[in-house]
Design a protein. Structure first.
Length: 254
């Protein structure tokens, strides 16, 4: 699926739907109106048809960016680089090709399309959001999803930094520089404040539930999952267990 979202943003969704990827990985194409070159964010899986559609929609590519290291976002790093000849940058140097790692607060400009790099660790240690300077838009990767909530999977995912990240994103929304969120999976978020607040509330509710499970005598992450996530499809319990491990680690350090 290819869809123009605004005058600067186009969505190309990969055909990799699943429990963790929702409708599929969202690849974002950013271009300043009238400009020749684009920026491609998260080219996604190394699927030839998907990459062909991205390349067709993107035209000449000036830069490829990655929001975090997960394979459904980064697998095409080399294939897409060969297709476009564009340099790649990410917070994790492993996914940089002819480009330097991203730096928090850095301003990126490709033919007038301006982005601010916003370090948002938590979902992964290298998670990074990108703020469009000339639209109140944030590309959130998997830090915030278009539907449901994201997994903070121990050990790469860490809850303390994630809570700090959510607080930082809420500040951006309160300042008025973010009103719309373009996530790595799921639909565009039009009510940024409502969703960010729901994410914050959800995390604190889960922590309270984990505390209660420990007080009730649960001693392992799996026992906590079976109590706290009893209303969740068991197919998700393995992912939930990684999240509980992150919660337990956070509580031990608090």
């Amino acid at each position: 699926m290819t869809e123009a979202i605004s005058e600067r943003t186009t969505l190309v969704r990969a055909d990799n739907p699943g429990i963790m990827t929702l409708d599929g990985t969202n690849t974002w194409i950013l271009r300043e109106p009238g400009a020749e070159r684009s920026i491609v964010v998260d080219p996604g899986p190394a699927d030839d048809e998907h990459l062909r559609r991205v390349h067709e929609a993107a035209g000449p590519v000036g830069l490829v960016l990655f929001t975090h290291r997960h394979l459904d976002h980064t697998e095409a790093v080399d294939a897409f680089g060969e297709l476009t000849g564009a340099p790649s940058r990410a917070t994790d140097p492993e996914f940089c090709r002819s480009g330097e790692p991203l730096v928090d607060g850095e301003m990126i400009d490709v033919d007038g399309l301006r982005l601010e790099v916003v370090a948002t660790p938590g979902h992964t240690s290298d998670s990074t959001c990108l703020r469009l300077v000339d639209e109140p838009v944030l590309l959130s990767g998997d830090t915030i999803l278009g539907r449901g909530t994201t997994v903070v999977a121990h050990p790469d995912g860490v809850l303390g930094p994630y809570l700090d990240t959510l607080a930082r994103l809420r500040e951006l929304v309160e300042e008025g520089v973010v009103r719309r969120i373009l996530p790595g999976h799921g639909p565009v978020i039009e009510q940024a404040l409502t969703v960010v607040d729901a994410y914050i509330d959800h995390r604190h509710e889960r922590l309270d539930q984990v505390r209660a499970a420990l007080a009730a005598g649960d001693t392992t992450a799996r026992e906590v999952v079976e109590r706290v996530y009893a209303d969740v499809d068991p197919v998700l319990w393995d992912a939930a267990e990684l999240s509980v491990r992150a919660q337990l680690d956070h509580l031990q350090q608090s």
